[in-house]
Design a protein around this ligand. Structure first.
Ligand SMILES: [Zn+2]
Length: 477
């Protein structure tokens, strides 16, 4: 029997605001547990929430980037449930009237074409706290409310993805856009971007959707792919055994590579949503929306197209260089210092990306400044050092962060192009290689390369090959 899988993702992105969604507490990550809290985010009686203006702007920005209709009026609602990491007993979210409706995102397919994934809605909500079960006493759990009340957007896709790979590609693209917009840091280790996957299967040809399960808290691209593949296989095996898929919420255990049932799936009515009586409807004017639209930055696809057009670099280079916003910024800073787009691209795509990957850091933590990288390429082009020595200088720059000129000076790496110095070396090489000189003079021109090699060796690779060629030809003629 042939099955197809139906996948939809709910991406939760923490907004990159300095303060929380409804109070002035800091959103800083890594502070001591329960140090960034106040009566509002803890839900003390009588404490009143105030909407964070910057958070709404960021949510609108995201909506515009995904082509959503920004709603002029949306409503904050209470989603009621008990959990130890939620001291209020409810989460402020949006339910019937979200801020953004509709939208789409195109993802690249292996065939080179793109596939359009629909976006159903983007709504605003606040985060909950965090429980820790593996700290100190085995029988005790700990709770940290620092994350409680941090602003989030939830981006809900249509059930348009068919493979785990498509889902991971979609998630990757969502992250890229949010980071480009500056509305989310996209740091998955710190939990500020995670997603839930809704998965169901049906026989190929069926048009009705099967019962879906929801996989919670997937916080890496790899986890999304593995968890969905696992769930598809589990559902197919169950159906083949004649079982019925039940609607439930599952928790993915990435280390074990399997999922466990968390709870039988609740329906929306279980949460008893109602408009939050402490918050007025959120009114967004057309002027406000259009003002934000004007501030939208150039996104990756547009930037890549511009790099190809303006810098004449291949599409592949442009795509790699624009994959991360900060990398694109770095590249353009290099070009501003030395306008040699393809050479600079080569250095970044080979040497620099390799080193960054080895060290596991991103470009913002790189010790080589764009100015220094551009200077290195200039020094090679000007014949001050050879390309080969350039690679050694690069290594040194990467480790120390020093300027290339300083490294070349200290280590005495400058190419020898002083002809009097080279003359003496060439004389010496010619006198110790009489046999080859005669061979050359009797017409065996191939030995010329050998003689150049000998001179280069004597100078430890620091002679300008061009100057050596010229001088040697003159001496042998
Ligand atoms: Zn607070």
């Amino acid at each position: 029997m042939n099955y197809e899988s139906i996948i939809g993702l709910e991406v939760h992105a923490q907004l990159a605001t300095k303060s929380k969604m409804f109070c002035a507490c800091s959103t800083a990550f890594g502070n001591p547990p329960n140090s960034n809290i106040c009566p509002v985010c803890m839900g003390a009686p009588g404490a009143l929430p105030v909407v964070n203006f910057a958070a709404v702007e960021m949510a609108i920005k995201a909506g515009l980037a995904f082509g959503s209709q920004i709603q002029h009026k949306s409503i904050f609602a209470r989603k009621n449930y008990f959990y130890p990491d939620l001291s209020k007993g409810y989460q402020i979210s949006q339910y019937e009237f979200p801020l953004c409706l509709g939208g789409h995102l195109d993802i690249p397919l292996a065939s080179g074409e793109t596939k359009r994934i629909s976006i159903t809605r983007i709504h605003m909500e606040e985060d909950a706290g965090k429980l820790t079960h593996d700290y100190g006493h085995a029988e005790k759990s700990h709770v940290d409310f620092n994350r409680c009340g941090v602003g989030l957007i939830e981006i809900v896709s249509g059930p348009d993805m068919r493979t785990p790979q498509e889902a991971a590609d979609y998630f990757r693209k969502v992250r890229q856009i949010l980071v480009y917009l500056g509305v989310c840091h996209g740091n998955m280790q710190e939990g500020n971007l995670r997603c839930d996957a809704n998965v169901s299967i049906r026989k190929v040809g069926d048009t009705k959707l099967g019962t879906r399960t929801e996989m919670k808290n997937l916080n890496s691209f790899k986890a999304v792919e593995r968890a969905i593949a696992y769930e598809i296989n589990r559902q197919i095996a169950a159906v083949e055994r004649g079982e019925i898929i039940i609607q439930e919420t599952l928790l993915w255990d990435d280390a074990a590579g399997k999922s466990a049932s968390l709870r039988s799936k609740e329906d929306a009515h279980d949460y008893r949503y109602f408009p939050d009586p402490d918050l007025l409807p959120l009114i967004v004017t057309t002027d406000w929306i259009e003002g934000i639209r004007k501030q939208l930055p150039e996104l990756a696809a547009a930037k890549a197209a511009r790099f190809v057009r303006d810098y004449g670099i291949p599409e592949y280079d442009a795509e790699v260089l624009t994959a991360e916003r900060d990398m694109a910024l770095y590249y353009e800073k290099c070009i501003a210092v030395y306008n040699s787009p393809k050479k600079i691209s080569n250095w970044i795509m080979t040497e620099l990306l390799r080193e960054l990957k080895n060290e596991g850091i991103d470009i913002t933590a790189c010790r080589i400044t764009p100015e220094h990288l551009a200077q290195l390429v200039t020094l090679i082009d000007d014949g001050i050092i050879s390309g080969k020595i350039g690679k050694d200088v690069f290594e040194e720059m990467y480790t120390t962060g020093h300027a290339p000129a300083a490294i070349i000076d200290t280590k005495g790496l400058k190419l020898v192009s002083d002809t009097s110095e080279l003359d003496a070396i060439i004389e010496r090489v010619l006198s110790t290689n009489q046999k080859q000189v005669e061979q050359y003079k009797s017409g065996k021109v191939a030995v010329f390369g050998f003689l150049v090699g000998q001179v280069m060796k004597e100078t430890k690779g620091q002679a300008s090959p061009q100057v050596v060629n010229e001088l040697l030809k003159k001496k042998l003629s």
